[in-house]
Design a protein around this ligand. Structure first.
Ligand code: CP3
Length: 343
């Protein structure tokens, strides 16, 4: 059976435009909260393949999205490279010993050896693969090296990225060494996700906008393209989605062999279409807060369907769903996307 989602990623004609939501497996679902409380905490949930598979499948059953996204986190990669990770209530992720110098970096495990430690992710994928309905696609993901590096250097989330950017201008060689090491691990990691059963790859560069436009290629995009092209060369049937958040000025400079460009909610879809629509399928880009209102959701879905009426589109939120969105509104969004575009 052909999967609407995968056909759409390759720009083929589909019976309707498929839809999924970033962070669809998460806190807005009471069923997720129940499994997370059984697991004890978020990282335990990531480490438990049975439970992680269960929450991966929840939004497919409950909300009706066209693709499941693996339940995990981008930060399991630096964690398995040897950085101790904690998710602190109210503060988010925290690494105990951020990278300050070359010897901190050298102490981390690299390459395939680090990727081999993520067995719980591959086991989750195998379980999901067995249970996922045949017409739904299965998305795997990783963080872009730059986004991962910001956590590895800052030790936690940041609003200013001061420590990472100090390194960018004072010691760019060290930053490049970190980015190279992470890129190598992520290449193997994504390859192993594909070998375990992942059918689509998304690379999240959530903190793209921290880099000034003239430096974006050098410190982030080229590493994302390296990962994408490594995968496309070996697995051309696996679509790759790139999601660099909030860098509209970079649209003119986007290059590389991948399939789908994820448009964040701050970039007008019309603009993305004019600049990139011939070359890439576009994904996005409803402002996630519109999900608080059905009217606001409808207005956006209709407008996007109109802009993208020639196809080459996948519906998605322009960033992650928020924990207090009513499940009913998420269901409404998904069905509306599918029904509005049914051909
Ligand atoms: O459904 C899905 O999208 C799959 C699961 C997923 C999670 N994290 C689960 C999660 C995905 C794709 C991610 C990616 C991720 N993780 C990103 C990139 C995407 C984005 O949102 O920009 C980033 C930057 C992270 C790092 C991270 N993980 C942060 C900053 C936080 C804390 C913030 C928060 O929302 O609490 C997390 C925790 C996290 N990852 C949660 C979930 C469901 C919340 C944990 C919980 O309380 O259950």
């Amino acid at each position: 059976m052909s999967k609407v989602f995968i056909d759409a990623c390759f720009g083929k004609e589909t019976p309707y435009t498929p839809v999924w939501m970033m962070r669809q497996a998460g806190r807005y679902l009471p069923e997720y909260m129940e499994v997370r409380s059984k697991a004890g905490n978020f990282l335990n949930l990531c480490h438990n393949p049975e439970m992680a598979a269960e929450v991966t499948l929840q939004p497919v059953d409950i909300v009706g999205v066209d693709a499941a996204i693996l339940f995990s986190d981008i930060l399991v990669v630096p964690n398995e490279m040897g950085m101790k990770l904690d998710f602190v209530k109210g503060e988010g992720p925290v690494f105990e010993n951020p990278i300050k110098n070359e010897s901190d970096l050298d102490a981390l495990i690299g390459g395939e050896k680090a990727a081999d430690k993520l067995t719980y992710v591959y086991d989750t994928i195998k379980i999901v693969k067995e249970k996922l309905p045949e017409d739904k696609a299965f998305i795997g993901f990783c963080g872009a090296p730059w986004t991962l590096a910001t956590y590895m250097i800052e030790g936690q989330g940041t609003k200013t990225y001061t420590i990472s950017k100090k390194m960018m201008y004072q010691n760019p060689d060290l930053l490049h060494k970190i980015l190279k090491k992470v890129t190598e691990v992520v290449k193997y990691y994504m390859e192993k996700q594909i070998q375990a059963g992942i059918e689509v790859v998304q690379i999240f560069d959530s903190w793209a906008a921290a880099i000034e436009p003239s430096k974006y290629d050098e410190f982030s995009w080229k590493y994302m393209v390296e990962i994408a092209e490594y995968l496309k060369e070996k697995y051309p049937h696996i679509p790759v989605i790139m999601f660099p958040k909030a860098i509209p000025t970079f649209l003119d400079n986007v290059y590389g062999n991948f399939d789908v460009f994820g448009v964040d909610w701050g970039t007008p879809m019309q603009l993305a279409k004019e600049k990139l629509g011939d070359k890439y399928v576009l994904q996005g880009n409803m402002e996630p807060c519109r999900l608080y209102s059905k009217e606001a959701t409808k207005e956006c879905v209709e407008s996007l369907a109109n802009i993208m009426k020639d196809g080459r589109h996948i519906f998605n939120l322009g960033h992650g769903i928020l924990p207090d969105v009513p499940v009913e509104n998420a269901k409404y969004f998904v069905k509306l996307c599918q029904d509005t575009t049914r051909r």
